[in-house]
Design a protein around this ligand. Structure first.
Ligand code: SF4
Length: 466
């Protein structure tokens, strides 16, 4: 790592930036506009959220709060849990911990800093992690391993068997930082009696692990409150899913990111409910006024991202869809798989339901919900088994009337790279042109954003879509 990088405490730096950004639009629109000239470095990212209106501004505040929590954890006597995006964070809030989700923190850095998270990613490799491991963890993890971020007190992941590169990153962190580590294991099937029971037993073991290492016990009244909040959040999300069905949809591309990033940061927390309420209200107004989500006003094409998005600086990926008149109907990360959602109609085992009638019912609810987070839900088994990656992607592509499907991941994503070609062929057989992006969603050094954009343009042109 370059010595100058070690001069900055990363969490402090980014927290200060996000906090200032969330206050930026507090003046009149004219004042906000004139103020951009004083923040040339951050103008792109700031403008992306400010131009999104109240939902974008609320989202900036949510990210600032996420960092604030991490920075104040020690002062408030809370433990920080280093965790992954496929782990629902509500249990950590219920048990008085502060989640630091590596992939979210890496994505924020990638979108906000022009210099990216490269130094931190590389630092992990200097210490012995392979360069081919997933960049999504390596950015935020690098800041921790370098002692430039608030250190996690315990580590919890739920990816062994689903994504070993992810699980290894947590194992490495635990060994290097000498922190206690728990890994939930996921069998290759979902929804059958044995795997349902396995999830519940394993989840209870995780709660015992948290209790042992934090001295806190699970408060079921508090858990009930969080689950009821999730119920409300699911209803708001379902309303946006319905509006995504409309052609043209009143949902802007950037909303699909805000739906999942908000859930990964604050599921079950009123902070996320507030964001969803503002998003739904904005989308409803657009729908009533007949205003499409795309600023260009014309929806020429509809896309389903079958895996993750691209977190290049200044939100350029989302702007690209805006500029080309492409409606983004979401990715594997956007969907929550709550029962009753239309896309689960053919995949009932893939959905979770909510029951707060007893402690046992609540535990089962939260364990099954956790097992249905993105990636661990449908990339756990062979891609073409019922309820797995192919059937989920086809269900979404059909429902949202997608014109094509796009894959994006990271070079370290062995699980998806191992099956993406036959998966793409099967989607093509079902009538969906597929584009496989060869960049890294978090690391622009693998393929520059301008090259990625050019390849997307080429795909749309060659396949006669645009
Ligand atoms: S499945 Fe892919 S993107 Fe997800 S954590 Fe694993 S390597 Fe990273």
């Amino acid at each position: 790592m370059r010595p100058e990088i070690g001069e900055y405490h990363y969490d402090w730096l980014i927290s200060g930036t996000l906090d200032a950004a969330s206050r930026f639009p507090m003046g009149s629109p004219k004042e906000t506009d004139s103020a951009y000239r004083y923040v040339p470095y951050f103008k792109g990212i700031l403008k992306s959220f400010v131009d999104t209106g109240p939902p974008g501004i609320q989202f900036l505040g949510l990210l600032a709060r996420y960092y604030e929590n991490i920075l104040s954890a020690k002062k408030t006597g809370k433990n920080i849990v280093g965790t992954t995006f496929c782990s629902n964070p509500s249990i950590y809030y219920v048990m008085d911990m502060v989640p630091a989700t590596f992939e979210i923190l890496t994505a924020i850095g990638a979108m906000v800093w022009k210099r990216g998270m490269f130094d931190y990613m590389d630092f992990c490799c200097e210490l012995g992690m392979p360069e081919t491991s997933c960049s999504a963890q390596r950015g935020a993890l690098g800041t921790q391993l370098a002692g430039l971020a608030e250190s996690a007190d315990i580590l919890i992941c739920d990816t062994p068997g689903v994504c070993d590169t992810n699980a290894n990153a947590f194992a490495f962190a635990s060994a290097y930082l000498e922190k206690p580590y728990f890994q939930l294991n996921y069998p290759s099937t979902l929804g059958d009696r044995r795997s349902q029971q396995y999830h519940l037993d394993d989840y209870q073991a995780m709660i015992r692990f948290i209790e042992d290492h934090t001295g806190k016990t699970l408060d079921y009244d508090r858990l009930a409150g969080h689950i009821r909040e999730i119920d409300r959040q699911d209803a708001l999300t379902a309303e946006m899913e319905d509006m995504l069905l409309l052609k043209p949809t009143p949902i802007p591309p950037i909303f699909t990111l805000m739906i999942y990033a908000g859930r990964f940061c604050f599921s079950g927390h009123p902070e996320y409910t507030k964001l969803l309420e503002i998003m739904v209200e904005t989308a409803r107004e657009r729908m009533k006024a007949g205003v499409p989500g795309l600023r260009s006003g014309k929806e020429k094409l509809r896309v389903v991202m079958c895996y993750i998005d691209h977190y290049t600086v200044d939100m350029n990926f989302y702007h690209y869809f805006e500029e080309r008149g492409i409606a983004l109907t979401g990715s594997i990360l956007t969907r929550n798989f709550r029962d009753g959602n239309r896309y689960v109609a053919d995949m009932p085992d893939s959905a979770y339901h909510i029951d707060t009638s007893s402690p046992a019912a609540m535990l089962d609810t939260i364990a099954q919900m956790n097992a249905r987070m993105p990636m661990v839900r449908s990339i756990r088994g062979p891609y073409d088994r019922p309820g797995m990656w192919l059937s989920e992607t086809l269900a979404c592509a059909r429902m949202y009337q997608a014109d094509c499907v796009i894959y994006n991941g990271t070079p370290g994503c062995r699980n998806t790279w191992g099956m993406v070609k036959p998966f793409a062929r099967d989607l093509e057989k079902n009538g969906y042109p597929v584009h496989i992006m060869y960049d890294d969603g978090f690391d622009d050094r693998v393929e520059s954003w301008s090259a990625t954009r050019e390849r997307l343009d080429e795909f749309f042109h060659v396949r006669g879509l645009l």
